[in-house]
Design a protein around this ligand. Sequence first.
Ligand code: HEC
Length: 104
Amino acid sequence: MNRPTARILVACLILLLAWGSIACAGPQQPAPTSPAPTTAAQPDGAALLQARCTRCHTLDRVQQAPRTASEWQTVVARMRSKGAQRNDAEAEALVQHLARTFGK
Ligand code: HEC
């Protein structure tokens, strides 16, 4: 085998390897995500209520008056400003849980 032929062979090999790795990576689908990512990441509203909303008062405070979802949103935002610890996703889960459980 003379040298130019060897070089061409090596070049072909490299090309093949490169193509091979692209071809292998190409058709790969992202792992199926079920259920939908939003519901998977959705925190548990009932657990959050117990954990975050009983520090300063009992849940009587929560149960005594039914509220609409938007009214719960206002309450949850106000409790947050008082120091209730939670992020936006948790707030959303809380509002949904409250509206479902103590809604009107
Ligand atoms: C840092 C203390 C604190 C935390 C934590 C807290 N609250 Fe409160 N909450 C208060 C205080 C103080 C009041 C009474 C004053 C007021 O209503 O603004 C109150 C009142 C309420 C009321 C009655 C409001 C009304 O208009 O009658 C509801 C309902 C309520 N809280 C729900 C919640 C919920 C839901 C959570 C969890 C997200 C929560 N609270 C967490 C301090 C807190």
